[in-house]
Design a protein around this ligand. Structure first.
Ligand code: ATP
Length: 254
């Protein structure tokens, strides 16, 4: 069920709870992988809040060719998103078969020579996530968590979900870890720090790295200008995490 399609690797990006930065990280990791020379696509399957078109700064709609959706090309990556198929706000009303049908169209789009497709899953560990994982048959999963306890408990559930579907967990990324005040320079930890790394160790899955809570990351994301596409410490951090994901992928598929 979970074997990847030949020549194309799906990687599921999941989180146990919403708002932890899963979509932001998906965009930036896709761009980082593309800058490393990979042909990369994103499936934005987040029916509760499809944000990839905003994060990548595109309002273009995909067209259909031979009954398949042709992804939009933007910032060096290909994109098919639930958000491209419905008017803003409508995605929330999707239920069961309607959501499954639309999500299958995204996964089975005309991806051409794309090598790696990151699937931005809806937050949580329910039926929608389960059927999506079964449909896209990812080669591995990456879990995003903030460092605080509640998020970590949910991240543990996400690890469990992938375990049940026999999808190897490539690792955990800790997001919003530590905040450096842009005015006084003092670093504070609104959500604690290191919790996700400790949990990953406990669960026996790799720790892929951490990203600080950063106003500039949020501003750039809202403006559709992903920092991974620019030069600087944020781009370096995304590149390092993307490299670790590739290394873990090699281990599980080799
Ligand atoms: N490291 C960070 N520093 C500052 N803001 C961040 C960071 N990561 C994400 N954000 C912001 O947090 C908000 C939620 O991020 P995002 O939409 O990526 O989360 P999500 O887990 O995909 O949420 P959803 O539950 O909607 O799927 C966004 O406004 C985003 O810009």
């Amino acid at each position: 069920m979970t074997a990847s399609r030949p020549g194309r690797t799906f990687i599921a990006i999941g989180s146990g709870k919403g708002g932890v930065g899963k979509s932001t990280l998906t965009t930036n990791l896709a761009i980082a992988l593309a800058r490393m020379g990979k042909r990369v696509g994103i499936v934005d399957a987040d029916i509760y809040g499809p944000s990839q078109p905003t994060l990548l700064g595109t309002a273009e709609k995909p067209h259909a060719k031979n009954d398949k959706l042709v992804p939009v090309e933007v910032q060096g990556v290909k994109l098919l998103s639930v958000g491209q198929l419905v008017a803003p706000g409508q995605a929330l009303a999707w239920r069961g078969p309607m959501a499954s049908g639309a999500l299958a169209q995204l996964i089975e789009g005309d991806w051409g020579d794309t090598e790696i497709i990151l699937v931005d899953l809806p937050p949580g560990t329910g039926d929608v996530q389960l059927s999506l994982v079964q449909k896209s048959r990812p080669a591995g999963a990456v879990i995003v968590s903030t460092p605080q306890d509640l998020s970590l408990i949910d991240a543990t559930r996400a690890v469990d979900l992938f375990g049940k579907t026999s999808v190897p967990v490539l690792g955990v990324i800790e997001n919003m870890a530590g905040y450096q005040c842009p005015h006084c320079g003092e670093t504070s930890d609104p959500f604690g720090q290191g919790g996700a790394e400790a949990s990953a160790r406990q669960l026996g899955v790799p720790f892929l790295g951490r990203l600080p809570l950063s106003a500039s990351l949020r501003e750039a994301s809202d403006a559709g200008a992903p920092p991974a596409a620019q030069d600087g410490p944020a781009a370096d951090a995304f590149a390092a995490i993307a490299g670790r994901i590739l290394a873990e992928l090699e281990k599980v598929s080799g």
